[in-house]
Design a protein around this ligand. Sequence first.
Ligand code: KIV
Ligand code: ZN
Length: 512
Amino acid sequence: MADKLIIFDTTLRDGEQSPGASMTRDEKLRIARQLERLRVDVIEAGFAASSNGDFEAVKSIANAIKDATICSLSRANDRDISRAAEALKGANSGRIHTFIATSALHMEKKLRMTPDQVFEQAKQSVRFARNLVADVEFSPEDGYRSDMDFLCKILEAVIEEGATTINVPDTVGYAVPELYGQFIKTLRERIPNSDKAIWSVHCHNDLGMAVANSLAGVKLGGARQVECTINGLGERAGNCSLEEIVMAVKTRKDYFGLEMNIDPIHILAASRMVSQTTGFVVQPNKAVVGANAFAHASGIHQDGVLKARDTYEIMRAEDVGWSANKIVLGKLSGRNAFKQRLQELGVVLESESELNAAFTRFKELADRKSEIFDEDILALVSEESVTQDKEQYAFVSLSQHSETGERPSAAIVFKVSGKEVHGKSDGNGPVDASLKAIESIVESGAEMVLYSVNAISGSTESQGEVTVRLQNSGRVVNGVGSDPDIIVASAKAYLSALNKLQSKADRVAAQG
Ligand code: KIV
Ligand code: ZN
């Protein structure tokens, strides 16, 4: 039997640290359910001590998800660790992931601690955590830039205290594959009790090498856990991407010789869900999940694929959840057909009322758009989950006027805490006028730092998906809206971003 590679997903923790990617408890729970369907081994659900919201998110995921280990991040102190243990109480299998920085730079400049103090704190924290749960992961933050002798000393000590997984982060994405692989190998060879723990890799993507470094950590270093995120979401250039690492290990099983629990058919739905929830759009040429990942434009390639698909394809699009871009449903489709299609797409709505609300929205959409594609359905249910939250602002209707040579104007109706309000404005264009009409009522003072429009299923007949990123008082949020009318989609995205600005409490930064 081949060795097993543990897939540790940290979309809901490290991914969420990306500015603008913060998620509500319900959004996190929904993504956690998708990760469970994908059969990831460990879900890092958040950083319980960072905020009440994150504590509640970890707790609900621990209570709801039974087929994966649920993990909470925690700094190396008793308060954070107790809070993590408390949030994980309901888990079938719970893990505390505690970390402290070990590079000279981080210890001196950030922690203002001596190596001896860091050593003692790491040991003490792992001991404390092991008294609360049986599964404890330890990470030396900025591990790859740490002194090898010091790292060996501290890692040997925490394994002695009972750490069951040792994770070696390349926190700033500085590693290159061969050296990182060798680094893990050296640690495992030099630390006398290294066989008592599972070794894990955690690579950031600043030089675009997170996946390559992680694979080298596995192949050359002997690591048997990879930490990764859906779409490679994460701070700066992001983390190692789950879909890429999984498909690399699976497609090149001849080389890696490793088994995984993952069921890749759910990859695309997970990617769409994370992208639509966070507003981080997937680039078209992104491996595995990008719109072009399986598209053959050149005549030579098309000809080859038609004759024998493996001439140019190393993976099957359907294996990762791409179905042909077929018309799946329309105006005449009933509730059962809708429900069945959701099941085929791997989407499970939590309650009958959520299903009914999604079906009503589907019918509304089908009235306006004769061909409903899988992408439309995924956008619709993910927007549905957003609007399920008890939100302050909700879109009702919009009318706008634009004509060559005239200044565009818009009039919008939306709800503020359930009560309808009317706003009007002119603007440089119809989108500008519509968003100014919202601001004429809300007066948020927020600055827009990103506005992007994407066609969900690739043609002008498709729905427009708009992402709006707002910044206010040091907080950054993304809002997403979709509609066949891109001006309406823009207004929905703007209101969704305003809702997120309202609901986000300040958090403790994980690497702060
Ligand atoms: O990148 C990093 O160092 C981390 C740790 C907190 C594990 O995310
Ligand atoms: Zn990280």
